[in-house]
Structure formats: structure tokens, C-alpha cells
Design a protein around this ligand. Structure first.
Ligand code: ADP
Length: 616
């Protein structure tokens, strides 16, 4: 990681940081705006006081009238009070936007939900990358979160630099028409300003050098100690052996020791570096301060500005140097964070090369959306073997189909291609004779209600679970629940459709059984009311009798829709109009149960006989 960092130029680092801020602004513009306004106001306040206090001293020494002095004092105090109130209001506003507690992971979820191709979603590398980002974001605050945390210091430093520089400009004024000799003449010469600026510049350079040397060393150290610390914590957290052995004390001691080791190591690194730089650093600081005080003092003595400005300039230059230091620290931290940002961008930049089509899907009441697989073959990305081989099949509207076959024979892949989660490697899938890739994807996918094998229920309300929406048609939800037979359980409860399912999101949720969850998933498929309804082994966890009940129910509720039922329990499929038998990625047989079972040489007969023992 460090090697990579060393190779990256400042320009590239800045580019990465700027991109991060653009992303942040897209995600949480309110936060960014209020932090910016707040930082400007926070930095402005001390300059206001410094400036007016200097003015009061100047006027006092110049013998101004009491009225002028009182007016100035009044302006200073009321201005200060006004600023205090403004700062308070601004920081409340800032807290308010922060109290939304924006989780930057939302960005990733949005990305996944909106436009990430299914092939990336299913890819274990993508899941690993997402996990990695969540880990370093949640546990170390790295990635986009660091950008947000650094923003206030960074922007505050920039505002500080702008204010201090604009107030200090007048320090370099000279007095052209006076005759001065010796030291005072030197100070009044324009070149002396240059010498002072060079000194300040050198001071900044030395500070930056130490920031870049010390801070990254400690951060780099922490990544190796963090690993050891996390390992000890994990032992302490999860291992039954630890409990039985009574080794918790050992784990805690190791955690503590790791932190002490880190501290010592970090200090040692710091000391080594500090020793190297301290002489130059301190000498530079002393020389700069001395030169600065002499310069300002002498100019005040000459009469170029009042004595009050002595305090103004020393104060602003001091703030300027601190701001430069803060700016350098923030940039240094942001540059180190770039190693993490690169991972975030790797995720955000996963290519979305799926063509989502433009053709509108015709709206029809009669559900006549004819779909045809024409010589379709498919290989999963990165796989050499075909999951589907030269499959051709034309759906008849309103038909009830059952897909059967051994595990891995291609049934789910067929459904995934049909829903365009993947595009065929060869051949075509057509809707009303037109390749499905030509249709607007969002409209096309509305044709399918699918309950996948690994369906899940959200820990949100029952109504949201069925409708998959926040604003739902309550009557329709109840009707779907009635159809699938889970109406009674909830109709009697006080919260009805508002009942949260499970306690994962709200502690007062209601736990439901596997069978009930499966019925809720079915109700969800009904609510969508799509012309094609597909159940891909959602009943795998149920016993054969319960599954037969579900199937009977399913048959009754699908109405005139085209339905596909996938199951490895053949008894459930007997009532289908047509059974498609999959084997090694091919449809090897199709027909009614009676016809297929009569073919004693066929795959279906073999499968049926293998399972018959369960149903007799
Ligand atoms: P079925 O639904 O009949 O059990 P699938 O359609 O799930 O079968 O799988 C068909 C073949 O495709 C199997 O060999 C399976 O291992 C493979 N397969 C399924 N999903 C993936 C995937 N995401 N990546 C690679 N191969 C896969």
C-alpha cells in the first residue's frame, strides 16, 4: 500500500480527492453546504474581534474622542454578540444535517439496487469488495467517511488562510517619502518583505515535511497493529473454545498489549523523526517569529500603522501558520486515505455494459405476452461449461408449467435468462417476436413475479413486505394475503399491515414461521400482478405434504396468468398442464405427467421412480 502511495503523484492524489468530494456532494449536498458555511463563519469570528480590538488601541493611542472610542467598543461587542448567535444557529443547523447520520454505504446500496448488473451482484469478488469497503468504512472511518470528517478542518484552514492573508496584506506597505537610516531603512525597503515571506515559506516547508514524515508512519503502523488487534478481539468474541478454556483473560490481555505496543512503536517512530527534524524546525520557528516581531514592531515604530496593528498582524500571522499546518495535515490524511478511496472507486466503476433497450412494452389486459426461447445457450461469466444448451421453447399464455430436473440441470438459469438477469451467450429470447434486449428493461421486468429459492422477508411492515413499497394499496395487500391463506394471523392484530415482520428493524416486530414467510413471499408475487408468475423452489424448506398444499393453492390463485413452478419434488408438479424435464442444460422431455411417466426410457420416469417412495 505504501509503495503504491509513494508512486502516486500529488496531482493524481488531488484528482482522487476531488472526485471523492464530487461524490460526497452528490450524496449529501446539505451536509457539505452547512459544513462550508459553518467553517467560514467560525474562522471569520476571531478576525472580526482582532481587527476591531486593534482599531480601538490605534484610536486610543491617536487620542480619539471618547465618543469614537465608545462607538467602536459598541460595534465590537454587538458584532461579537451577533456573531455568537449566528455561530450557534449555524452549528445547530449543521448538527441537524449531521443528525440524519448519513451512512455513506447508502451510496453503495443505491448503486447495487439501481444500476449494477446482476452478473456483478452474483460475483463473489464484488461481494468481497463491498464487504471490504464496509469494513474499513465502519471500523476505521476510511474511504468516503474520511473525506467528510476532514472537510471541516480542510475548509476551515482554507477560509483561515484567505482571511489572514487579506488582513495581512497591509503589513507589507512601505513609507516612500521618509528618510530613514540603518535597521529602520532596511525594514522599510520592499525587499525586507520578500525576506520575511521566504522565511515564512521555509517555516511552512519544514512543518509540511514533518507532517508528511510522521503522520503516515503512524497510520501505516496502525494497519498492521489493527490486524493483530482485530484478530484478538475476534477470538474473544466468537470462540466457544475461549469460553470453555476460560481464555478470555488471555485475549483481553493481548488486546491491551497490542494497543500498548502500537503506542510505543508510534512514539518511537515519532521520536526518531522528531529528533531528526526538531533542531531545524525549532530554529526556523524562532528565527521566523523573531524576524516577524522585529518587522512588525519596527513598522509600527516608523508609523506605517498604529500600535494596535502590531497585535493584529502578530495574531493573524500566527493563525495563518496554524491554518497552513492544519491544511497540510488534512491533505496528508486525505492522501493516505486515497488507498481506500481507490477501492471505493473500483466498486463504483464496475462497468454497466448491459443494454437496457428503449422499445416500450405494450400494455395489454389479456396478458398475451408471448415469450419464446430460440436456440438459447448460456455460459456464466468466467465459466467454460454451458449451463443451458440450445434450448428452444415457446410459452402458451395461461399455461401452468412445471420445471423438473436434477440439481444443476439449468432450471433456475432458464428463469434468470427469461427475466434478463443475464443475456444468452447464443440464440435469442423473444417477446412477441422481438429480441427482449430491445425492450425498455424496467418495463420488461414488470412482466414477471418471481419467488426465488432464496426469497427473504424484510424486517419492515407486513404491508411493505407484500407490496415492496412504502405507499401501498392496503385493500389489495389484504386480498393477496387472503388468497395465500395468511390473512387470519394479521387481520386480528391491532397493527394489521403495519406489523413489522421479525425484530431485525424494530424491536416490537412479530416473528413468523418459515411457512408463513413463504406465504408472504407468495402474496408479494400476487401483489405485483404480473402476467408471468414464477416460483423457483420457494418451498424447499417445507415437507412434501406442506408443499403439495402450497402448490394446490398456487394453482388456484394464479388465475389466467402463465405460471412456472420449479420443484425437485415431482409429486407437486403432477397437476401442471405441461412438465419440462431439464437435464444437463437441455430440455430433454416435455408433456403431461401421465404421458411422461408412461415413457419408461425417459428421464422423467427415472426421476419419478427415484422419488416415488416418498409419496406412496
Ligand atoms: P438448477 O436450477 O436446475 O438447480 P442452475 O440453473 O442453478 O440449476 O445451474 C445450472 C448450472 O449452472 C450448474 O452447473 C451450476 O453450477 C451453474 N451455475 C449456476 N449459477 C452459477 C453462477 N452464478 N456462476 C457460475 N455457474 C453457475
Amino acid at each position: 500500500m505504501t509503495k503504491k502511495k509513494n508512486r502516486r503523484s500529488l496531482k493524481n492524489d488531488l484528482r482522487l480527492i476531488l472526485r471523492g468530494y464530487r461524490v460526497l456532494y452528490e450524496v449529501c449536498p446539505q451536509n457539505i453546504i452547512w459544513i462550508t458555511v459553518n467553517a467560514i463563519a467560525q474562522q471569520f469570528a476571531p478576525y472580526f474581534t482582532l481587527y476591531l480590538s486593534a482599531e480601538i488601541i490605534n484610536q486610543l493611542i491617536a487620542g480619539a474622542s471618547l465618543q469614537t472610542l465608545l462607538t467602536l467598543a459598541l460595534v465590537t461587542v454587538t458584532g461579537q454578540l451577533f456573531l455568537n448567535v449566528t455561530l450557534h444557529l449555524l452549528s445547530c443547523k449543521k448538527e441537524e444535517t449531521e443528525s440524519i447520520n448519513f451512512d455513506l454505504n447508502e451510496l453503495y446500496m443505491l448503486k447495487v439496487g439501481c444500476r449494477m448488473q446482476y452478473k456483478h451482484l452474483e460475483n463473489p469478488d464484488t461481494a468481497l469488495l463491498r464487504q471490504k469497503i464496509r469494513n474499513f468504512s465502519n471500523f476505521g472511518g476510511h474511504g468516503l467517511s474520511t473525506l467528510l470528517w476532514c472537510y471541516e478542518t480542510l475548509f476551515g484552514a482554507i477560509a483561515n488562510i484567505v482571511f489572514s492573508v487579506s488582513l495581512t496584506m497591509s503589513l507589507f506597505r512601505t513609507m516612500p517619502h521618509v528618510t530613514l537610516t540603518g535597521f529602520l531603512a532596511c525594514v522599510n525597503h520592499p525587499l525586507s518583505a520578500l525576506v520575511l515571506l521566504v522565511l515564512i515559506g521555509l517555516n511552512i516547508a519544514v512543518k509540511m515535511f514533518s507532517i508528511y514524515q510522521v503522520e503516515p508512519k503512524c497510520t501505516k503502523l496502525w494497519s498492521s497493529f489493527n490486524f493483530r488487534f482485530a484478530r484478538c478481539l475476534k477470538y474473544a468474541d466468537h470462540n466457544a473454545d475461549v469460553t470453555v478454556l476460560g481464555a478470555i483473560g488471555l485475549c483481553i490481555e493481548r488486546c491491551r498489549q497490542t494497543l500498548i505496543d502500537y503506542d510505543n512503536e508510534c512514539l518511537r517512530e515519532n521520536f526518531k523523526l522528531a529528533a531528526k527534524r526538531s533542531f531545524i524546525d525549532r530554529t526556523m520557528e524562532t528565527v521566523t517569529n523573531l524576524a516577524l516581531y522585529l518587522y512588525i514592531g519596527a513598522k509600527s515604530y516608523i508609523g506605517i500603522f498604529g500600535v494596535g496593528n502590531f497585535f493584529l498582524y502578530t495574531g493573524t500571522v500566527d493563525r495563518f501558520l496554524r491554518a497552513v499546518s492544519d491544511f497540510g495535515s488534512s491533505i496528508s490524511r486525505l492522501r493516505q486515505n486515497n488507498d481506500y478511496l481507490i477501492e471505493v472507486y473500483r466498486y463504483l466503476d464496475l462497468p454497466d455494459d448491459m443494454y437496457r433497450g428503449t422499445l416500450s412494452v405494450e400494455k395489454r389486459e389479456d396478458n398475451k405476452f408471448e415469450i419464446e426461447f430460440r436456440n438459447v445457450s448460456f455460459r456464466y461469466p468466467g465459466s467454460d461449461t454451458y449451463a443451458l444448451k440450445n434450448v428452444s421453447f415457446k410459452f402458451r399464455i395461461g399455461e401452468r408449467l412445471a420445471f423438473v430436473g436434477m440439481n444443476g440441470s439449468g432450471k433456475t438459469t432458464f428463469v434468470k435468462l427469461m427475466c434478463r438477469l443475464y443475456d444468452p451467450t447464443e440464440g435469442q429470447i423473444l417477446l412477441k417476436g422481438i429480441d427482449i434486449s430491445k425492450y425498455n428493461y424496467d418495463e420488461y421486468v414488470k412482466l414477471f413475479s418471481v419467488v426465488f429459492q432464496d426469497y427473504f422477508t424484510f424486517a419492515f411492515s407486513l404491508g411493505e413486505n407484500v407490496s415492496a413499497k412504502q405507499d401501498y394499496d392496503a385493500e389489495k395487500v389484504w386480498s393477496c394475503l387472503k388468497h395465500v391463506g395468511v390473512w387470519n394471523k394479521f387481520s386480528k392484530t391491532e397493527r394489521g399491515l403495519e406489523t413489522p415482520l421479525g425484530t431485525g428493524y424494530q424491536t416490537d416486530g412479530v416473528e413468523i414461521s418459515g411457512g408463513e414467510a413463504q406465504k408472504v413471499a407468495l402474496a408479494r408475487a400476487l401483489y405485483k400482478d404480473a402476467p408471468y408468475i414464477i416460483l423457483d423452489e420457494p418451498t424447499a424448506a417445507l415437507d412434501p405434504i406442506a408443499e403439495a398444499e402450497v402448490y394446490a393453492k398456487f394453482n388456484e390463485i394464479v388465475g389466467d396468468k402463465t405460471a412456472i413452478y420449479i420443484s425437485h419434488r415431482l409429486s407437486s408438479c403432477r397437476l401442471a398442464d405441461k412438465i419440462l424435464v431439464f437435464h444437463d442444460g437441455e430440455i430433454v422431455q416435455q408433456g403431461s405427467h401421465d404421458r411422461l411417466v408412461a415413457d419408461t426410457n425417459g428421464k422423467y420416469y427415472e426421476l419419478w421412480n427415484a422419488q416415488a417412495q416418498y409419496y406412496t
